[in-house]
Design a protein around this ligand. Structure first.
Ligand code: NAD
Length: 256
């Protein structure tokens, strides 16, 4: 049980982040939500588990706002025990046409934000000799695809950061791991499926089938709930010696 623990999940107003927050709440953890989606609906969903829940709207590309969020979390629910770095954005374009401001935003939100939240959360975790940091990377932290230079670079970087944190914390009760999903049907991926349907003049259904058959051997989506349950496992005593892992949940994507 995670009763009495405080979990902060960045980018948790929708998709994978909200599902991770829900699974942690179902185990009794108090939750700090963050993100740009429907905060009221997300707060309501988490409160239904009978845990304490707060929301902070910090923009993960802004270090000062991240600092304010970490102070708010500690003041409201006590220092963060479980930190899930999940907020992420995507942009799809060839390297030579990639808008430099999109590059900067993806590196800031998908990589640098995790550096800031981690450096701010670690001191209190060390003090209590317990903590869990889970970085939501991607199969694109392990292998590449065309047209995703910034995302692939950021996710590879996030796995590197994960390994360094795991080593620096190796003699403590604080672990740091990354999880690496393949395709999960969330707003972030529906955008790519719809773009593909438009470009190829096919139905959304057909575009979805093509997307899966290209990379994901199971031809089936990973669910956000499955990822939430993996995070719960990584928070359990059974996972205390899992350190610096980059755990793929991808229907076989990186086995190829
Ligand atoms: P999503 O778009 O549903 O959720 C992203 C969340 O991040 C939202 O709550 C959004 O409001 C928030 N967010 C975006 N920019 C932000 C910012 N600047 N500051 C704070 N919050 C911000 O996407 P998702 O698919 O649930 O993605 C969650 C994570 O999972 C991302 O890191 C993504 O790279 C990763 N991921 C997703 C898939 C997939 O197939 N969907 C696969 C592998 C990895």
């Amino acid at each position: 049980t995670l009763k009495g623990k405080t979990a902060l999940v960045t980018g948790s107003t929708s998709g994978i982040g909200l599902a991770i927050a829900s699974e942690l709440a179902s185990q009794g953890a108090n939750i700090v939500l963050n993100g740009f989606g429907d905060a009221d609906a997300a707060v309501k969903q988490i409160a239904s588990y009978g845990v304490a829940v707060r929301y902070h709207g910090a923009d993960m590309s802004q270090p000062a706002e991240i600092e304010a969020m970490m102070r708010y979390a500690a003041a409201e629910l006590g220092a963060v025990d479980i930190l899930v770095n999940n907020a992420g954005i995507q942009h799809v374009a060839a390297l030579e046409h990639f808008p430099p401001e999109r590059w900067d935003a993806i590196i800031a939100i998908n990589l640098t934000a995790a550096f800031h939240t981690s450096r701010l959360a670690i001191p209190a975790m060390r003090e209590r000799n317990w903590g869990r940091i889970v970085n939501v990377a991607s199969v694109h932290g392990l292998v590449a695809s065309r047209q995703k230079s910034a995302y692939v670079a950021a996710k590879h970087g996030l796995i590197g950061l994960t390994k360094v944190a795991a080593l620096e914390l190796a003699e403590t009760g604080v672990t740091c791991n990354a999880i690496c999903p393949g395709w999960v049907r969330t707003p972030l991926v529906m955008e790519q499926i719809e773009a593909r349907a438009r470009e190829e003049g096919v139905s959304v259904q057909e575009a979805q089938r093509e997307l899966l058959s290209e990379k994901q051997p199971s031809h089936d989506f990973v669910t956000a709930e499955q990822l939430g349950q993996l995070v719960v496992f990584l928070c359990s005593p059974a996972a205390s010696q899992i350190r610096g892992a980059a755990w793929n949940v991808d229907g076989g994507w990186v086995a190829q």
